[in-house]
Design a protein around this ligand. Sequence first.
Ligand code: 5GP
Ligand code: MN
Length: 333
Amino acid sequence: MATIRQVTVATHGASEAIAAIRAIVADGRRFLITSHARPDGDAIGSQLALALALQRLGKTVRIVNRDPVPEPFRPFAGAGLVEVAPSVEDDFDALFVMECGDLTRPGVSGLERYRAINIDHHLGNTGFGEVTWFDESAAACAELVADLLDGLGVAWTREIATQLYVGILTDTGSFRHSHISARTFEICRRIAEAGVDAAAVARQVYDSGTTGRLRLMGAVLDHMRLEAGGRLAVLWLDDGMLASAGATYDDTEGLINLPLTAATIRASLMFKRTDATGEVRVSLRSKGDVDVRAVAQRYGGGGHRNAAGFTAPPGVDAVQERIVREVASLVAP
Ligand code: 5GP
Ligand code: MN
């Protein structure tokens, strides 16, 4: 969409950014990589592709995230590099922040002290860091990493290419979301050429779940409410539903996409409540031009036009219906 491209703020053009990063990498020895809390496939894939590449250049790399690697991504090479910690103190020559609009998104403290390289494709990136490479037109942050690897002169091994594919496959919603371009497929062509078995990766990512997850799907769809003349699906989830299905919080990933398989449904909204914190995670998904990011942003979150989210504080119940109405108004016939 032309209008989105116009508001893109590229602090550095791609080649300028890549040159700046190449110089920082050449000068440094120890690097830290982080990404957002509750990492998704693109967060993990982007981090690990970069980490494996830096290792090939002889660099020392640590990855520190607030939350663990989700189960489906654990068998891929490099996943063991991810450390889970609330803060970091070590000395590093630079910090790579993947996929984060600002430095609070990782949820890891102590990051402010490092020379930061900010690589992202989320509209609204604040441009923090010494180098900001922000490209809203990228379908996944992994697309930017692919360019960076070429800039750094690192060959795409099968392990590296697998991580790039995990990022692209998941962030495009299995090649469904907007922003998929010729560049996406060119990168995927090279991924296949590097020896990645795309079908095997997809099986691992999407078909390695538990039967508890399957039962959870049933329960969630059973409680689905349709709004806006059947164009919006609203889903709820709480600890009780997880327990009775024999599922875990990880099993909730992707459930929000289920309603979108119906032709008439244009948007999907999900409220996930966690008793321990009283927090409610709100996830939004949409088709085509329906821009759910705008709603997420009003509540302090963000994301993309077709996939966005935010964390609501305890007491969201009072505004829950207002959120439903706001999304309903986007898809009203
Ligand atoms: P999910 O619904 O899977 O949690 O999030 C979908 C997308 O919305 C994420 O990939 C991310 O881009 C964005 N997102 C989710 N939660 C937040 C948040 O709290 N803040 C911001 N800025 N973006 C979010
Ligand atoms: Mn992404």
